[in-house]
Design a protein around this ligand. Structure first.
Ligand code: FMN
Length: 255
């Protein structure tokens, strides 16, 4: 089995790596520069791991699937989604892009992970030990998923009509939000032009121009730059200045 992940701020990378280690699967980021078609064709089962955005599939993952749809044809799929609290059918949403649709998905699971939206007042960001209980629950779910996939157990979280209905109540709004947010990166006067956001952006949306950071209208709203900016100078979608940024899962995490 081979698994591809997209991760804005590290949660989905963590889940992907833990799962692959337990399942003995090969693990790749969609941001790698690799011969993906050849890698896909060498495996019968292909996994995907991504964060849900508005109960929907992030643009980098949609673009990855679209770019490799011919190689993906005829394969079985495992879908792992990370989320803060709720997506309804975040894993099911990928079916619309997969060759073979929902019949080709043999396993789908949602894993609750820490919040990475650091400037929305309703959800506070937590870091370090504050996330321990959530991460322990996540690890149990990941290990169960690896075990069940290995034993051929079919579990398809979010594929029932109620989950799809609940998910759609959010995801039907997401494409419009995503389109508006794609060109809605804002940089405040605290920017020191260090270029970190330019280097980190998975969409190559940001460049350093004569007057500071410029955008190309391709933001995927992954929050990587918002959480990493040393000046907390960059925002997208919500424009409240972050107070506490999400720093990802510590390497020395005990889980
Ligand atoms: C733009 C955006 C939209 C999100 N929408 C949802 C959502 O609809 N439901 C949810 O439970 N979490 C939502 N989240 C939280 C993330 O899915 C969650 O924190 C995820 O684990 C982040 O993964 P990453 O670190 O791999 O990027 C959203 C996060 C972002 C940045």
């Amino acid at each position: 089995m081979i698994l591809f992940y997209f991760s804005g701020t590290g949660n989905s990378k963590f889940v992907a790596r833990q799962f692959c280690r337990a399942a003995g699967a090969e693990c790749h980021s969609v941001e790698e520069d690799a011969a993906f078609d050849a890698l896909i064709r060498a495996h019968d089962t292909v996994g995907f791991c991504y964060p849900v955005y508005g109960s929907y599939v992030p643009r980098p993952m949609r673009e990855f699937v679209a770019a490799h749809v011919d190689a993906l044809a005829g394969r079985r799929f495992v879908v792992l989604c990370t989320q803060l609290v709720f997506s309804g059918d975040g894993a099911h949403e990928l079916c619309a892009f997969l060759p073979g649709g929902e019949e080709s998905v043999v396993y789908a699971e949602h894993v609750d992970m820490p919040n990475n939206i650091c400037n929305f007042p309703l959800f506070a960001v937590k870091n370090g030990a504050q996330n321990a209980r959530r991460l322990r629950a996540a690890k149990r779910k990941i290990l169960r998923a690896a075990d069940e996939v290995g034993r051929g157990v079919v579990r398809r979280r979010g594929f029932n009509p109620l989950s799809i209905l609940l998910g759609k109540s959010q995801s039907k709004f997401w494409p419009a939000v995503e389109e508006k947010a794609a060109r809605d990166v804002q940089i405040d006067a605290d920017c020191i032009r260090c270029g970190l956001c330019v280097r980190l952006c998975p969409m190559k949306n940001l460049t350093m121009g004569e007057n500071g950071v410029e955008q190309a209208g391709r933001c995927a709203v992954c929050y990587r730059c918002v959480d990493a900016c040393p000046q907390r100078a960059i925002t997208v979608m919500f424009h409240k200045k972050p107070t506490l940024q999400y720093k990802g899962i510590a390497k020395d995490s005990s889980i």
